[in-house]
Design a protein around this ligand. Structure first.
Ligand code: KIV
Length: 289
């Protein structure tokens, strides 16, 4: 019988109060989830960055609820003891509340997520509150919200001037009031992220938001330099060149095949004695050449 997952939203709030940082990493399938869990991450995010780093799209917009359910289920199989948050993708929580709840239900019941993440500020607070009342933990996401890239006008740092800083602070407070258990701050200036973190009783999780958030999240493929389609990003720290290792190993494989160095005799299986005689009659082994 599987152990229960180590973390829950009550413990997360306590960790914030005690100044214990939260580590979050994205994962999209069984192996990435398994390795993330074995490495001891506190939370896994099945992000809709899936669209960019796994499915090869140039934004998160084409990602569907079916994609998210499929990948979340694979992550849940790989990380049975880790708290899993799944993204509600583009336009799956902006229609009727029934439709939003149906999509949330799919991520939880079919995908086995423990919580959902939603991008947006004041405009989604009503929906957040309804989803939370249904017993579903919601992680907010403000600052750079990639699903709104076309209205924001590009992937730009948020909270540079006083007006924008106030907007972000208002959004964060409104999401907390609506019942969010935490808030991702993406590409937010360090000063504003720190101020929001200080004002809220729920944890902030930063990505490109500086040193003073309660936790940090990064994209798996960025951390590992694993064929990430993103250009080098200042806020990312790369911990290994996994892409380079894989590329080199695959190149060796191709070379071995071309040079008939693979497979070698120890990779091959032998048949019973007399098989060739039975295939070719008296000519036996000689028939092979
Ligand atoms: O989709 C994602 O991976 C995210 C993180 C960048 C926070 O939303």
């Amino acid at each position: 019988m599987a152990e229960k997952q180590a973390l829950n939203i009550v413990k997360m709030k306590k960790m914030k109060a005690e100044g214990v940082p939260l580590s979050m990493l994205t994962a999209y399938d069984y192996p990435s989830a398994r390795l993330a869990e074995e490495a001891g991450v506190d939370m896994i995010l099945v992000g809709d960055s899936l669209g960019n780093v796994v499915l090869g799209y140039d934004s998160t917009l084409p990602v569907t609820i079916d994609d998210m359910v499929y990948h979340t289920r694979a992550v849940a199989r790989g990380a049975e003891h880790t708290f899993i948050v799944a993204d509600l993708p583009f336009m799956t929580y902006h229609g009727s509340i029934d439709e939003s709840l149906r999509n949330v239900r799919r991520l939880m019941q079919e995908g086995h997520a423990h919580a959902v993440k939603m991008e947006g500020g004041l405009e989604i607070c009503g929906t957040v509150s309804t989803i939370v009342s249904a017993g579903v933990p919601v992680l907010g996401h403000i600052g750079l919200t990639p699903q709104s890239v076309n209205t924001i006008g590009g992937y730009r740092v948020q909270g540079k001037d006083a007006r924008d800083a106030q907007r972000l602070m208002d959004e964060a407070k409104a999401l907390e009031k609506a019942g969010a258990f935490g808030i991702v701050l993406e590409l937010v200036t360090e000063e504003v992220a720190e101020a929001i973190t200080r004002e809220l009783s729920i944890p902030t999780i930063g990505i490109g938001a500086g040193r003073y958030c309660d936790g940090q999240v990064l994209v798996y493929h960025d951390v590992l330099k694993y064929a990430s389609p993103y250009r080098e990003k200042r806020f990312v720290k790369t911990y290994a060149d996994v892409g380079g290792i894989i590329r080199e190993a695959l190149g060796e494989y191709v070379k071995d095949v071309k040079q008939r160095a693979f497979p070698a005799a120890n990779h091959a299986f032998g048949a019973d004695e007399g098989v060739l005689e039975s295939l070719y009659g008296a000519a036996g082994k000689g028939a092979r050449s």
